[in-house]
Design a protein around this ligand. Structure first.
Ligand SMILES: [Zn+2]
Length: 175
């Protein structure tokens, strides 16, 4: 039976900027290290922007305690500077891929809201403010929509995200 998805969570791998950690490595940390059945995330965005599949979408992930049954977990590689402090280390390719991933997931799950792990736990993960990012993305999307003059489809996207609040506090604790 298909899971009902109401939240999309963004994570980072909490690995230092520029370190080219692959999805298989994260998987081995979770399976061999943590003893889980599979990698905790459903999608991983590697440094070069490649989007890799992790745990199958029909299965609950392991990303946010108490919120796994009805969510999808997306993780980008990075999230720390060289001194292991929280830092938004997304490469341009990762930003583009993340935008695309979110856009696609929103098409499949139009009522799902997008969150950073840090909105639900005292963690830095994903080392950026997902709500601000979402607001920014939507401004961009509205601009592009006006240029393209396809108001109907775009307006629906805007309505889905208009209720996002832009008040998230950046009290990062390294995850
Ligand atoms: Zn996380």
């Amino acid at each position: 039976m298909a899971r009902k998805i109401d939240k999309i969570f963004i994570h980072c791998s909490a690995t230092p900027e520029g370190r080219d950690v692959k999805t298989e490595t994260i998987k081995s940390w979770h399976v061999k290290g943590n003893g889980w059945s599979d990698i905790g995330y459903h999608l991983v965005i590697e440094l070069d922007g490649a989007v890799k599949e992790g745990r199958p979408m029909h299965r609950s992930g392991a990303g946010v305690r108490g919120h796994n049954a009805h969510s999808i977990h997306v993780c980008y590689i990075g999230g720390m500077d060289k001194d292991k402090k929280a830092k938004d280390t997304r490469t341009d390719a990762q930003r583009l891929s993340l935008d695309k991933v979110i856009e696609n997931l929103k098409m499949d799950h139009p009522t799902a809201t997008i969150h950073g792990h840090n909105e639900f736990a005292a963690k830095a993960c994903p080392s950026f403010d997902v709500q601000k990012d979402t607001a920014h993305r939507n401004r961009k999307r509205r601009r592009q929509a006006r240029q393209r003059q396809r108001p109907n489809q775009r307006r629906r996207n805007e309505r889905d995200v208009d209720h996002y609040k832009d008040e998230h506090q950046n009290d990062f604790v390294v995850c």
